[in-house]
Design a protein around this ligand. Sequence first.
Ligand SMILES: NC(=O)c1ccc[n+]([C@@H]2O[C@H](COP(=O)([O-])OP(=O)(O)OC[C@H]3O[C@@H](n4cnc5c(N)ncnc54)[C@H](OP(=O)(O)O)[C@@H]3O)[C@@H](O)[C@H]2O)c1
Length: 337
Amino acid sequence: MTLTASRRFQFTADLTMCRVLNGMWQVSGAHGPIEPARAIDQMFAYHDAGFTTWDLADHYGPAEDFIGEFRRRFAARGAERLPEIQAFTKWVPRPGRITRRIVDDAIDVSLSRMGVECLDLVQFHWWDYDDASYLDALKHLADLQHEGKIRHLALTNFDTKRLRVIADQAIRFVSNQVQYSLVDRRPALRMASFCGDQAMTLLAYGALLGGLLSEKYLGRPEPGRSELNTASLQKYKNMIDIWGGWALFQELLSALKGIAAKHQVSIANIGVRYVLDQPAVAGVIVGARLGVAQHISDNTRVFGFTLDADDLAAIEPVLAKSRDLIELIGDCGDEYR
Ligand SMILES: NC(=O)c1ccc[n+]([C@@H]2O[C@H](COP(=O)([O-])OP(=O)(O)OC[C@H]3O[C@@H](n4cnc5c(N)ncnc54)[C@H](OP(=O)(O)O)[C@@H]3O)[C@@H](O)[C@H]2O)c1
């Protein structure tokens, strides 16, 4: 598969997406309060700047409702323009037996909240591989896809071993959403090549480490827990601690700053560009605290430059000093299990 440096990506035969997706975990409440009207106004700003693809989940607070309201207001521009919006949700069921009824009910709730007759993409998460009910869930999802309620099926946080198990089920999954950043390069080890073989892509999250991978934290002393005021900052600070610690992270930020200055872009741009350029990666999801903070014009710069061999040579020696996250945590998604 050839991924170009362009802004759009032909994700499936019938769906193109923006390669930088807007992540909606940031409206869940775990990243501070969100004011719905301001948030939805800002969704128009993202869309009009070309960031037309949203990543959300059934459990991200009001995220699915925001998509519903955004679509209702967007329809004033002409209902025929609604397909300009791509909304990729997730279904994250509680562990336990999965019946067709449970899947029906969950998907119907998402359809109704998002105000659509067919979900563009449902990304499935499962907590416990010892419980093989996930295979029942996948079959029920495939049935709903055949019935027209879901356009495409996908996974999130599945490891390579289970991707192989799932590949045997003869159900087509278009992507797996995993953590992928300069700090967490686990997908490069096994998963990317498996995805390449299966014509499956990766959607990456955590590329900006919740905002830690930016000028804001360059040269800063190690932040304490009280300073890390979003769920995302706490999650990724923990990841940095496992990876190599704050001093090594500062070395990485310094190296990235040099590269950013050369290209006249930001450290965040380098972090996103790096992940976008990895094999099998279709898109990078960047969290958006809608109505609170936005980085639309900065993130647009990601599409205006490429990293060269000198840039990669400046990053690699720093990354080489880090610990092996596969050994310490396991394959992608094992941090959740
Ligand atoms: N499948 C899963 O299990 C899973 C897990 C985590 C996340 N996700 C998805 O991935 C999305 C991303 O979330 P994440 O937690 O990984 O966060 P992230 O994208 O690494 O970080 C998002 C934060 O980075 C900052 N930021 C964005 N653009 C910037 C720029 N150009 N310059 C400087 N700072 C910038 C913003 O901070 P400020 O708001 O403070 O300005 C923003 O809130 C989520 O919304 C969700 O859709 C999925």
